[in-house]
Design a protein around this ligand. Structure first.
Ligand SMILES: NC(=O)N[C@@H](CC(=O)O)C(=O)O
Ligand SMILES: [Zn+2]
Ligand SMILES: [Zn+2]
Length: 361
């Protein structure tokens, strides 16, 4: 990693010094690429930022077998822009009916590298998720045995639990017992949003880790209501109060190896967001690295950026960091405001805004 003053000729031909940082190319350990036209529209943005990505399996129907995952992987590879070496890392969607032998076969054949646990009804396309953890005990035992991580959307699905408490309640009522029951199981808490969650993850590292999104580092729950209701900032888990955002910023910039990038870039058509019942998901893939590096800069922690962005996730998943690099420059840039699909579009998180950091072309 190098942190430098980069000299570039500016418009008026004077040499301006801009802060820059060069790191091993990052990976995105949690991304939704969808399928079909949407896949083809959004993949180039993720492939421009990241070398590899853990692809979420919540399609309809879900990616729940070796054959499904293998076919989906081929569709992603076929949708890559020309010359892109982006590598999709597949996951299996756990259901009440998941077969431990199928799980092991996909892992042994390197078709998938992890399984995704959605409590049924917790989030977008989770209706086929697990209704009761007891139903997948043999699956989790097998995963523990073969060293295959489970990636968890950690929110309680009890309708009586306040939406802002669902993550903490899940950790208390479901994750703690799970940790006890499966003491060797590797667990990633996806899109952590509370101070309680990051503390829990720290306490159980290194077999436990967490992904943290760019949006949860820059918005809090008040942002959702800034001047009116902001559907494009609505995702699950919903953004929490400011003290939690501060705890997340501390966690990612701390240098601790249990925290890694996971954009949770989750595209939905504008019409699905600006609707009577807005779909959950923030499309952050286009501005992810610009946002993350800005946070590290603001927290005076650029020296810890490469660990979070490019090393911690690879180490957790037993992979080498990428050999290629990316350079980010503290030079204002404007990302596209929306990505068109057919006659419609998908609104980009922080798109159209002037961001203080850019990716060097
Ligand atoms: N994060 C979200 O709000 N939505 C995700 C699902 C998920 O990751 O929970 C999606 O698929 O749209
Ligand atoms: Zn989720
Ligand atoms: Zn997600």
């Amino acid at each position: 990693m190098t942190i430098d003053a980069l000299f570039e000729a500016s418009d008026n031909q004077q040499a301006d010094a801009a802060l820059s940082i060069t790191i091993a190319r990052p990976d995105d350990w949690h991304v939704h690429l969808r399928d079909g036209d949407m896949l083809r529209a959004v993949l180039p943005y993720t492939a421009a930022q990241f070398a590899r990505g853990i692809i979420m399996p919540n399609l309809t129907p879900p990616v729940a077998s070796v054959a499904d995952a293998s076919a989906y992987r081929s569709r992603i590879l076929a949708a890559r822009p020309e010359g892109s070496g982006f590598e999709p890392l597949m996951t299996c969607y756990l259901t009440d009916l998941t077969d431990p032998d199928e799980i092991e076969r996909g892992f042994a054949e390197r078709i998938w590298i992890a399984a995704k646990l959605y409590p049924a009804g917790a989030t977008t396309n989770s209706s086929h998720g697990v209704t009761d953890l007891a139903k997948i005990t043999p699956v989790l035992e097998r995963m523990e045995k073969i060293g295959m991580p489970v990636l968890i959307h950690g929110e309680s699905t009890d309708p009586d639990v306040d939406i802002f408490d669902r993550e903490d309640v899940f950790m208390e009522t479901t994750l703690l017992p799970l940790l006890k029951q499966h003491q060797g199981l590797k667990i990633v808490v996806e899109h952590a949003t509370t101070s309680g969650t990051v503390d829990l993850v720290r306490a159980h590292a290194p077999r436990m880790a967490a992904t943290i999104t760019p949006h949860h580092l820059v918005i809090n729950r008040t942002s959702l209501f800034q001047g009116g209701l902001r559907p494009h900032l609505y995702c699950l888990p919903v953004a929490k109060r400011e003290s939690h955002r501060q705890a997340l910023r501390k966690a990612v910039t701390s240098g601790e190896s249990c925290f890694m990038i996971g954009t949770d870039s989750a595209p939905h058509m504008r019409s699905a967001k600006q609707a009577d019942c807005c779909s959950a998901g923030v499309f952050g893939g286009v501005t992810a690295l610009q946002t993350y590096v800005q946070v590290f800069d603001e927290e005076d922690a650029l020296h810890h950026f490469e660990a979070f962005a490019s090393l911690n996730g690879a180490r957790f998943h037993g992979m080498e960091p990428n050999k290629s690099t990316v350079t980010l420059v503290k030079k204002p840039g404007i990302a596209v405001a929306a990505v068109p699909i057919g006659g419609e579009d998908i609104v980009v998180f922080r798109g159209g805004e002037t961001l203080p950091w850019s990716i060097k072309a």
